[in-house]
Structures are given as C-alpha cells and as structure tokens.
Design a protein around this ligand. Structure first.
Ligand code: AGP
Length: 627
C-alpha cells in the first residue's frame, strides 16, 4: 500500500509532509517523494528510491520552501522501485505533479492513446499515465484542474487515491479516490490530506473521509469543497477521530496480524485483479503465458521455499500434478541448496517467498540457475532480491505483511498457485472446460467466501480460552488440506510458543496416535472432499482414545459434528481451493490462543519477518513480469 500525505495552510509544508510520511512507514514502501509549490511559485518535485531518511538527505541542498505540498511513499505495483518510478510524477510539461495509491487497470490502453498524441513517458508506472492524461485534457479542453481531473477519472478503470498540485497555483490541492482511502484533516486555516488518519491525528481530530468517486477541492482559506465525477456538490461530513496513533496504524485492530487476517478478502481481490477476464472464462498469469513453452514442455517442476511458503508449495504440488499432470517435487530451500540435487535444463523451478529476501530460497535459485533450469518466482515484495533473481514470475499483490506470522501472504500464494495451475493446464489441455470454468468462478468468489468464513471469529475466540494452557497440539488434514494442517500448526507454534505438529490424518496410526489422550487437543480439517469419509475414520480413531477434536467442517456438516467435540463451519468450496478457506479459522485460533497467553503476536520471540541474506549476492537486474 502506498502512503499519501498533503498539506496546505500557513505553516512550512515540508516538515509536516516528511513527518507524515514517517507516520506511514508501517505500511511498507520502497521509495518516497514530495512535490512543493515554493515561495517563488515554482513546482519542485524531489523523490528517490529508499527510505524517508534518504529523501531527507536528498533534499538537504534543495529549495523546500512553500506552504503547500503533497508527499508519497511507494509500494511498487507497476515498475521497479527506483528514482524514476517514485512518486510524485510530473505531467509531460511539468505543469502538474501527482501522487497515487492504487492500481489503474487500463493504464496500458491510456498510455498508448497518449503516446499516439505524441507524449513520451519517463517511467513504467500506471500513475504517470494519470497525470499525463489530466494535463492532456486540461490543455485540450482549456479547463481548470478540478474539471480536468473529473474528465480524466471518467476514463480511468481501477483503484485510485490521488492528489495533484499545479504550478503557479499555490492555493489549491485536488484529491480524489476510488477503492483506495483518503482522509482530509480540517484544521485552523489549514488542511491535511492522507491515506489514513495517522499523519493527521496529532494536528486535528476533525476529519472528512472522502467517498468513492468524490473529488476534494482543498483551497487555502476557503471551506472544503467536495464534488463527484459529475460535478454534483457533496456536503463534507466532518467526523471526530476516536483512535490514537498506535490504533490507527493498525486500522483500529489491536495487532497487525488480526488486521492482516481481516484484510484477506480485499487482498485476494488485489491478487486476482487483472488475471481473470470479466466474463470469467479465462485466467492468465502473464509470466506463465510469456514462458508457456517452458511450462508446457517441463519434464518436472521443483518448488523451493521455506516456512509458510513451503506449505503453499505443497498445495502447489497438488494443484499442478492434479490439473497439469506435470511431476512436481517440493523442497525445503535450506535442504535443496546443500544436498547436491539433480537439476536438469528441462526442469522448471518455482521459488515462493513473501519477502523475496529469504537467504536459503535465494541460494536455491542461484544453484538451479547455474544448472540451466528456468526459474519462476512467486513473491509479494516488488523488486525484491528473489523477484530480480528469477527469469520471470508473479507478484501476489497482498500489500505489505507486517505481522511476522504470515497470513494474507499464504492465501495470496495459494491463490496465485491455483491460477498458475489453471493457466498451465489450459496450455497443456489437461483440464476439462467444465472444471476450468468452475475453478475460475470459485476463485472469483473467494473474497466473498472469505468474508463468510471470518464470521467464525467470535466462536474461535471463545474456543481459544479452553486451550490457553495446552502444552501440545496435533493438526490433521488429508490431500489438499494436509499442508493447511501443517500451516495451522506453524501459526500456533510461532506466536503462542505451544508445541504443535501437523500430520497427514492417515499417518496417525503409524505412531503419533500414541500421543493421544484427553490432554491432547487435535485440530482436524474435515471438509467435504473426495477423501471425507476417510478423514471421518481418522477422527473416530482419535475419539476412541479420548482425544479432544476441534474439526473444521463444511457448513451444514452433520456427520463430523456428531463425533468431534467442536466444529467450526466454513463455506463450501472445491477441494483445490479449500486450504485458502480452511486456513482462516486456524489463523484466528492461533492468534487468540497467543493473545490469551499474553504473547507479542506481531513480533514473536526469536523470529524475524524475513530470514535475509547474510552474504549479499548481487542478482542480475532485469524486468519482472509483474503479472
Ligand atoms: C511464517 O509465518 C513465517 N513467518 C516464516 O515461516 C516464513 O514463511 C518463512 O521465513 C519464509 O519467508 P518468505 O516467504 O519471506 O521467504
């Protein structure tokens, strides 16, 4: 998520903008910039890759005067993190400067139209297309900035929160939003603008939340004016902020982890966006399409990853073998890199990493590359080391994951893997049209299914109290749900510090069932799928030995609910997608047990968000098919 800050009033803007960007650093970003209208009425844009501190150093010798400005921290979605792609973006003639949070889905079409009008772009961002379009419309129609923004946004498809300032006009900021939040702080003879209230709360408690397709005309010493895209006036509704700074950073949630669990319906929309056509008849990861002969002719696919990403890899194995009929091997990157593996030039290696900086995964990639394999990355952080080290790849687009325990990245990874498998299966013609269309439809419906699944929150919160003092847990699943069981166990381990093991449910009778007694809680994922009856048998084996069973079941289940001690119902989805849904109650169970135990769920002991490179390797720079 990018960060937006704006100011217009009687104070120097620059210090307020920089402090505001610092307040938004929790959102994660890779570059930062400001646009100021100076005391000489010049429009100055200063921006650079790196942190806010780097921007401050960069502007030490610059003219940062002026009482109006906008500022931005960028979380890259289109285009590498670098100085050119950083915001603000100038318009073609440098008459305007604009910042943006969101994704413009039709930017390529708009860019081509503007290029045909003779425009030349400096960056590879979707944002630059918007500011060029606004200037093009302003000049062509000879209209004011607000009207030009209104007309331009009628042509834009996608999510945006924008702010724009105009050279020679030091008394006005124009802001607009659709699907990306924007808040306006109303002070004494001054206004503040931001992506959320964290940069505003220390100056004023009076805020106006802009609504979708509304444009704010923020003018010095004038009342705030809001109009919609059709220039119909909207009365600003001033609200009082009720949250403190810390609560605001977490969006009102007590912890980033819970915020990120609840973000998943939205993050999945971002993950899917632009990859399935509106009619729901075609799914395509551009990185796969661009290299489809590699996947179509692959003799084997090796997936390397660590931790939660390794669990996603196991689900990927099921999906690809099931749908594409290509042999898949899943490897712990830390083992793969040292065991002298056999890697063939006909192999395709998929590397999965949320951070894109995990040392073992990076090393595994370099090893596979040295053997001539084609490497495909599935990462969250744009332009990360792993993203740049692979030949191509797909971003999961779930936004910065701050909580150390991975939640939204896991469901994003599995969703991308399901779209990857469908893309390949279509190329290899190994899937029926009926199955293909059914899975596409269900992927499109996943955000809604997730919202329904999150309704189990209160039930899980109450249930968690029974297990605050448990010393061990066993998590069971079969088929696609076995990796989900492993992931549920890892969630509990890493934030509550309770020992937990995941097993294939049928494996219990080969030893681990000796652990079962009435002190041993067992979480069983028993959703209705092709091996449902066998999972029921496994649960009966546990109950026969006095084990306490918490079952995750498909809503309306009656069989398991007659056997298990507690059932948590989740919506019905096909078994290929079930781990995405079944993981939600397990994320919540781990979270609430850890809270009950007083753990620091966002920063668990001994853990880092990313186990990064100790010896930095300089991966070859390259474009990355940000599909
Ligand atoms: C998951 O909750 C952990 N934070 C950890 O297992 C993580 O998944 C692992 O370190 C891999 O990180 P990556 O996805 O950034 O490569």
């Amino acid at each position: 998520m990018c960060g937006i800050v704006g100011y217009i009033g009687d104070k120097d803007a620059f210090p307020i903008l920089i402090k505001g960007l610092s307040r938004l650093e929790y959102r994660g970003y890779d570059s930062a910039g400001v646009a100021l209208i100076s005391s000489k009425n010049e429009l100055n844009v200063y921006k650079c890759k790196g942190k806010v501190a780097d921007l401050q150093r960069f502007t030490e010798s610059k003219d940062v005067s002026g009482t109006i400005g906008i500022a931005h921290t960028r979380w890259a979605t289109h285009g590498e993190p670098n100085d050119v792609n950083a915001h603000p973006h100038y318009s073609s003639s440098e008459h305007l400067a604009l910042i943006h949070n969101g994704i413009i889905e039709n930017y390529a079409v708009l860019r081509k139209q503007l290029e045909s009008e003779g425009y030349h772009f400096r960056s590879s961002t979707d944002t630059e297309v918007v500011v060029f379009l606004i200037e093009y419309i302003q000049k062509k129609n000879n209209v004011d900035l607000c009207t030009a923004v209104q007309l331009a946004l009628h042509q834009v498809v996608g999510a945006y929160a924008i702010a724009v300032v105009e050279k020679g006009n030091p008394d006005c900021i124009i802001a607009a939003r659709k699907s990306s939040p924007l808040v306006i702080g109303v002070g004494e003879n001054e206004f503040f603008l931001a992506s959320d209230a964290t940069p505003i709360v220390e100056y004023t408690q009076n805020v106006v939340y802009l609504n979708d397709e509304e444009i704010a005309v923020i003018e010095r010493n004038k009342p705030l004016r809001i109009v919609d895209l059709n220039n119909v006036t909207v009365t600003p509704e001033v609200k009082k902020l009720a949250l403190n700074l810390s609560q605001l950073e977490k969006g009102g949630y007590p912890h980033f982890m819970l915020k990120e669990i609840y973000e998943q319906p939205e993050t999945l929309k971002d993950c899917i966006r632009g990859r399935i056509n509106v009619e729901g008849t075609h799914v395509a990861l551009s990185g796969v399409i661009d290299n489809c002969e590699k996947f179509a002719n692959a003799s084997r696919i090796i997936i390397v990853a660590c931790g939660t990403s390794w669990h996603a890899a196991l689900i990927g194995e099921h999906l690809i073998e099931d749908l594409c009929r290509i042999p898949v091997e899943v490897e712990y990157a830390s083992e793969f890199r040292y065991r002298h593996p056999v890697i063939l030039p006909t192999d395709v290696v998929i590397a999965i990493s949320q951070s894109g900086e995990t040392a073992d995964t990076l090393a595994a990639i370099e090893l596979a590359k040295s053997k001539g394999a084609f490497i495909y990355g599935i990462c969250n952080v744009i332009g990360s080391s792993i993203a740049r080290a692979t030949h191509s790849g797909s971003y999961i687009h779930v936004g910065p994951e701050i909580g150390v325990a991975s939640t939204k990245a896991f469901t994003g990874q599995v969703t991308v893997l399901s779209m990857l498998a469908l893309t390949i299966a279509k190329v290899r013609n190994t899937i029926t049209e009926e199955k293909y269309l059914s899975l596409i439809k269900q992927i499109q419906e996943l955000p809604e299914r997730m919202k329904e699944t999150l309704k189990c929150n209160e039930q899980v919160k109450d249930l968690s109290k029974m297990f605050t003092y448990a010393n061990n847990f066993i998590y069971l699943g079969r088929g696609y749900n076995y990796p989900a069981a492993l992931e549920g166990a890892l969630k509990l381990k890493e934030i509550s510090y309770i020992h937990a093991e995941g097993y294939p449910a049928a494996e219990m009778k080969h030893g681990p069932i000796a652990l079962i007694d009435n002190e041993m809680p067992v979480v069983a994922i028993a959703t209705t799928d092709s091996i449902y009856e066998k999972t029921i048998s496994n649960i009966q084996e546990i109950k026969a030995r006095k084990g306490r069973v918490i079952a995750v079941v498909t809503e309306g289940d009656t069989k398991v609910c007659n056997i298990a001690d507690t059932c948590i119902e989740v919506p019905k989805v096909s078994e290929e997608l079930c781990p995405i849904i079944a993981s939600i109650p397990l994320q919540l169970l781990a979270y609430y047990i850890a809270i009950n135990k007083g753990r620091d769920v966002d920063q668990p002991r001994n853990l880092a968000k990313s186990v990064t490179c100790l010896l930095y390797t300089s991966p070859s720079p390259r474009d990355y098919a940000a599909s």
